[in-house]
Design a protein around this ligand. Sequence first.
Ligand SMILES: *Cc1c(COP(=O)(O)O)cnc(C)c1O
Length: 215
Amino acid sequence: MSIAQVITRLHNELPPAVKLVAVSKYKSAEAIMEAYGAGQRVFGENRPQELAAKAIALPKDIEWHFIGHLQTNKVKMVLPYIALLHSLDSVHLIEEVNKEAGKLGRRIECLIEVHIAQEESKQGFTPQEAISLSERFSEWPDIRFRGVMGMASFVEDRDRIREEFRRLKQVAAQIAGKVPDFDQISMGMSSDYPIAIEEGSTIVRIGTEIFGSRG
Ligand SMILES: *Cc1c(COP(=O)(O)O)cnc(C)c1O
């Protein structure tokens, strides 16, 4: 299937309330424009320089999301271009995003990244840390905390993946009672998005399934 065909299929298949982020990292402007031509407007990137260059070169009605680990010294480079930052993974980064958002005069929409996988390498706050952190959101008035993001373990065991997504949803629900508009759950990638949707995802981040492997 072509890029455009996969986009059309996903637009038909995903529940209307679930937002599709087409993860275009490492992919060319031509590939992005093929998805755009099929009606896709939301794209995700994980390298600051690449995101800024694409945002400048490509149509202005594209909504860019930053989905990877963001170094504090790169915050300035990406904030002007993004509609949503999925990956707040430290207080240090939160402080920096809040500061730069203030300078831009714009509240930035962000998600708290929660570590739900058992694998060591995954970034993010533990569920308990995320819940505690939510007590402090008012310290950062230039961030609009909209929800959580998480990645399940890369395993075959679908029950385990489901458990991890369920855990993320529980964390979101615990915070949502206390924080206005905290209603987004970014979970689900090419290999596991159907499970994520069953477990309450509101945003899926799909790359390989749309654009092919990143080699
Ligand atoms: C690359 C990436 C994705 C997309 O993964 P695929 O398996 O290619 O769909 C989703 N989320 C994050 C955080 C990523 O870095």
